[in-house]
Design a protein around this ligand. Structure first.
Ligand code: PLP
Length: 353
């Protein structure tokens, strides 16, 4: 049944993009959501505690300058806060940059599959969409860095080549870059913004690293001139009282980051071995530090069956048909005890073939 398990029906595909993170609601006995790429540790306790503490403040408007949250985030990402905007998830800035960025077509980065919300936003902003291998120059080229769902990660040298090759803007989506490890700033395109202030923007979804997609938290880092243009167009108070408090605490939680780099990397190795034991192939370009695995089941029917079995076991996975790669699944990395539930169900279903 594949996307019959509800993934498509939950979306108005005329106007919306299909994502993971919805079909868990359809599980009779939900165990864990492998269809999303959020941190398996769950949200930091420090951030949850602060959210609870400030809950009574929702009778006030949020701080219009997002003061404390911006200060904390700016320190965490080592980027000036006067060139940083925070808002209602990365999705807010994906839309904003497509509406307000330099004119011309949109081109996705050079991968067989890439996060599709940029395509929806480009279409909504009346931009032509070029294939990723088109020789034509684009107004906005988006490189997911590292890419989702495939896990490929371009070097900063190659990103600079892309910037120098275009007259338009390069948008890097770095929603997973901090998973790299304590030295993640060295591989982040944030450090290139000073050199290319007119041509480079870095969008980040903090809903992944800090496991808070229901709260919504994202940012854009950008050169000074673009910052002013985008700030004028940003929806007022798009970052709520709760999201600002969450950001302030999460961005200062170094212990949580240590656990992310240690535990999640370990859980990924374990989950990778389990995938291999089923005879499926892990995309060779998928770097070992991203919190997901891009898996080729070699056959569309096998991938659909795997998705259906996972759903029935209470562990939804992301079937990648809507990315244009129907033999693939993307599996979020999850805790060992949750991995065991999913892989036991798969072993049972596929051993019987
Ligand atoms: C690469 C990438 N960018 C952006 C987003 C959207 O993030 P947000 O939930 O912050 O809007 C996602 C969500 O899946 C994503 O995978």
């Amino acid at each position: 049944m594949g996307e019959r398990n509800g993934a498509v029906n939950l979306w108005d595909t005329e106007t919306q993009e299909v994502h993971g993170g919805q079909t868990w609601r359809l599980c009779e006995e939900f165990v864990e959501d492998f269809s999303v790429t959020t941190n398996p540790l769950g949200p930091p306790d420090s951030a949850m505690d602060l959210v609870k503490e400030v809950l009574p403040e929702i009778l006030h408007y949020p701080a219009a300058d997002c003061g404390e949250a911006l200060t904390a985030l700016s320190k965490f990402i080592k980027f000036p806060k006067d060139q940083l905007l925070i808002g209602n998830g990365a999705s807010e800035f994906i839309d904003l940059i497509m509406r307000a960025g330099p004119p011309g077509p949109f081109k996705p980065g050079p991968y067989v599959a890439a996060y599709m919300e940029y395509n929806r936003a480009a279409t909504a902003a009346d931009r032509e969409i070029l294939p990723f291998d088109s020789p034509e120059d684009a107004g906005i080229t988006v490189i997911i860095h590292p890419n989702s769902p495939t896990g490929d990660c371009m070097s900063l040298e190659d990103i600079e080549k892309e910037i120098e090759r275009t007259k338009g803007m390069i948008v890097l989506d770095e929603s997973f870059i901090a998973n790299y490890g304590p030295n993640w700033h060295e591989v982040s395109g944030l450090r290139l913004i000073e050199k290319y202030p007119e041509q480079l923007a870095v969008i980040c979804s903090w809903t992944k690293l800090w496991a808070c997609p229901g709260l919504r938290l994202g940012s854009i880092a950008i050169g000074a001139a673009w910052y002013n243009r985008l700030k004028k167009l940003q929806t007022p108070w798009s970052c709520s009282v709760l999201a600002q408090a969450f950001c302030t605490a999460a961005a200062s939680d170094t212990e949580y980051m240590e656990r992310t780099w240690n535990d999640v990397h370990e859980w990924k190795s374990r989950q990778t071995e389990l995938v291999k034991s089923l005879g499926w192939k892990i995309h060779p370009g998928c770097v070992d530090w991203v919190p997901y695995i891009f898996v080729d089941c070699f056959d569309e029917a096998e991938a659909e069956k795997a998705s259906d079995v996972a759903q029935a076991a209470g562990c939804p996975v992301r079937l990648c048909a809507s990315f244009g790669t129907p033999t693939y699944l993307r599996l979020g990395v999850r805790r060992p005890e949750k991995q065991d539930v999913l892989f036991q169900a798969w072993r049972k279903a596929f051993a019987a073939q």
